[in-house]
Design a protein around this ligand. Sequence first.
Ligand code: COA
Length: 277
Amino acid sequence: MEKCFFVQDSAETVIITNHYLMRFFKMGRFREEIKSIMERDPAARSGWEIVTCYPGFQALAVHRLSHWLWNHKLKWFSRFISHLARIFTGIEIHPAAVIGRRVFIDHGCGVVIGETAEVGDDCTIYQGVTLGGTSLTKGKKRHPTLGNGVICGANAQILGSFTVGDGAKVGSNAVVVREVPPGATAVGNPARIILKEDPKDSAKADAATRLFNSYGITANEDDPLIKALHGLINNNAAQERRIQQLTDALEKAGIAVEAADEEGGTLSTEQLNRLME
Ligand SMILES: CC(C)(COP(=O)(O)OP(=O)(O)OC[C@H]1O[C@@H](n2cnc3c(N)ncnc32)[C@H](O)[C@@H]1OP(=O)(O)O)[C@@H](O)C(=O)NCCC(=O)NCCS
């Protein structure tokens, strides 16, 4: 039988709250999520701004609690707090939905994520997206599964129990009713699937370009100068890795290697690539 929240004594409530908070902080999710939002949203200026002004961040924080409660048989209470989150954020996530790490719901208003939906790590979901069902069969998987790194454009409707593969993009306003292969783009209504070159072989798999591109668009992709600069950044990143390996080996052999003086701050590969976008 379901446990009703109101019959729990306060000690039990405190234990539940502590457990939730401990797990939340221990996993460092707050930090990694704030960091991933800072990386993906050029408008984000600080962690404080994200915590206080980003409905997507807030809705996912509440979802984590409601999902935990759902899995601990406090079903009515979990639905109730997810309903409160919907009132405050405009984002509706069923407590049973499984959401991965570093998922970013940008703007968020009108997003609906159904009961049996699954969202992989590093997905980006814009306002108005529905991960919805097309069947009414209880107890069966009715909603889609998003792989890792999927981008769902504003108002995309992804309807049915199929998978959108890793790294796929769903264009704004697309209506997707069938499987999307990894790395593909789905646009239009009903969505047509555009297959690009194998992401493993493509330049996008390189350290230089594997980063998230805001709005699903790879800026300046065809510009030869940008391509050359990406090549140089990749080359530099590979050399740095090699030098690090050699330094580690020397230090293991007991040979101390003095760190070179760095004048001013150096830019990381990620920062250099972001400058290219
Ligand atoms: C789909 C999207 C991710 C681009 O992906 P891409 O792989 O770079 O695709 P391309 O730009 O090469 O476009 C491929 C084709 O799809 C078409 N297309 C792109 N986006 C489309 C969309 N939303 N609806 C319909 N067709 C679209 C292009 O015109 C092109 O058509 P063509 O092959 O006939 O020339 C991007 O257009 C998009 O919709 N991003 C979401 C942005 C968003 O929601 N922002 C919200 C910010 S608040």
